[in-house]
Design a protein around this ligand. Structure first.
Ligand code: BGC
Length: 369
């Protein structure tokens, strides 16, 4: 017993003993694959639980302004909840985050037909995206976990064997850092993200309409009624999409704007003014608990989604009901449908190149400011 516990927490390499993240078996898939749950924790008590199924962030505990830890992501207590169809709570998304129109794209003159799982379109990688596969886990330290997955040539219709690697790190500054990388053996497209549903008041604690939000974006990519970008980069000025100054999310969500009607709320990609890890791309604050999350990313886009498609039928952790607008998603990404939009930043990856992106979710409270 002692030896088993020791071996799961420590790696003895030569004369040094390296501390690892703790883990426990969390269940088995219907196919009999083992699912493990890893815990990353920093010295301040911030804690992330991550599942090898879908690379899901199952829980994320951060302090409020009184120092009380709370779980700020929607999800399930039991891993079986994640076997159900969307909404992709906390999951890694690939090969292609968000939608590809008509479930096809042309690369090097070849038309690639993808799995359709959203009407005529492909959403979040298809029927069995990266959210529904088992990732191989390697603990790098008590605060860092590496997940890898080999997506075979032709999986969900995408070309090339794609080796994907994601490293989750809980930093000493209460940040959750996500480093994504990938290589391929054939020309392909790739767009990886994480689909956490944040409620800074705590998961299941009402809606997010009272949260205050800033997005450092002067433009966004409007969509058609199938939520596929039209190709236009539209100015946010004078519209409900202007979050360049802080606005309460609920203030304009029901405005008479065709984009809000199409999406039943916010569900658009924002064109970030300054991608990179030195500028805050988005910031949300819950006035009740004082919790703040700031998003920093090397990606050019951010999907701001107000969980419009949650309808109260999902019972999450502790049986809590997750209704419409129970969370916000801030999915960092290349723009939706880029493989069919030559004017958007390219999502192509070629053999010999390494895809690499980083996103940081930095937590603090308004008591610290
Ligand atoms: C999309 C929504 C979609 C949701 C699925 C988001 O990334 O933008 O349109 O319904 O994912 O949970």
């Amino acid at each position: 017993m002692f030896a088993r516990k020791l071996s799961s927490w420590f790696l003895i390499t030569g004369f040094t003993i390296v501390a690892l993240a703790s883990s426990k078996p969390w269940g088995k898939t219907p196919a009999g694959e083992t699912v493990d749950l890893y815990t990353l924790r920093n010295a301040k008590g911030m804690e992330a639980n991550i599942s090898t199924y879908g690379g899901v962030i199952v829980s994320l505990k951060v302090p409020d302004r009184a120092g009380k830890l709370g779980d700020v992501v929607l999800g399930f207590d039991d891993f079986k909840g994640y076997l159900l169809p969307p909404p992709y709570f906390g999951a890694l998304i690939g090969r292609y985050g968000n939608r590809i129109g008509h479930a096809q794209f042309t690369l090097d003159g070849i038309v690639h037909h993808l799995a359709k799982n959203d009407g005529d379109n492909t959403l979040h990688g298809g029927l069995r995206g990266f959210d529904k596969v088992i990732w191989k886990a390697t603990s790098l330290s008590p605060t860092s976990l590496q997940l890898t997955y080999l997506s075979k040539d032709g999986e969900e219709g995408f070309p090339g064997n794609l080796s994907a690697k994601v490293v989750y790190t809980v930093t000493p500054n209460n940040e959750l850092r996500i480093d994504y990388s990938a290589t391929t053996d054939k020309d392909t497209v790739v767009n990886l993200t994480n689909h956490s549903y944040f409620n800074l008041a705590g998961e299941g604690q009402g809606d997010i309409l009272g949260d205050e939000l800033t997005i450092n974006a002067d433009r966004y990519t409007p969509v058609d009624k199938g939520l596929i970008p039209t190709g236009e980069l539209r100015s946010v000025k004078g519209t409900p999409f202007d979050f360049t100054q802080p606005h309460v999310i609920g203030e304009r969500i029901n405005a008479n704007d065709q984009q809000l009607v199409f999406a039943k709320g916010y569900d658009q990609n924002f064109v970030l003014n300054h991608p990179g890890l030195t500028t805050v791309a988005a910031k949300a604050r819950d006035p009740k608990t004082g919790r703040i999350v700031e998003v920093l990313t090397t990606e050019p886009g951010l999907q701001f989604y107000t969980s419009n498609f949650l309808d109260g039928t999902i019972h999450g952790k502790g049986g809590k009901i997750y209704a419409k607008h129970a969370a916000i998603c801030m999915e960092t990404q290349h723009f939706p449908d880029s493989p069919n939009k030559p004017s958007f930043p390219s999502s192509e990856l070629k053999p010999g190149q390494t895809y690499h992106t980083t996103t940081i979710y930095r937590f603090s409270t308004d008591a610290q400011k």
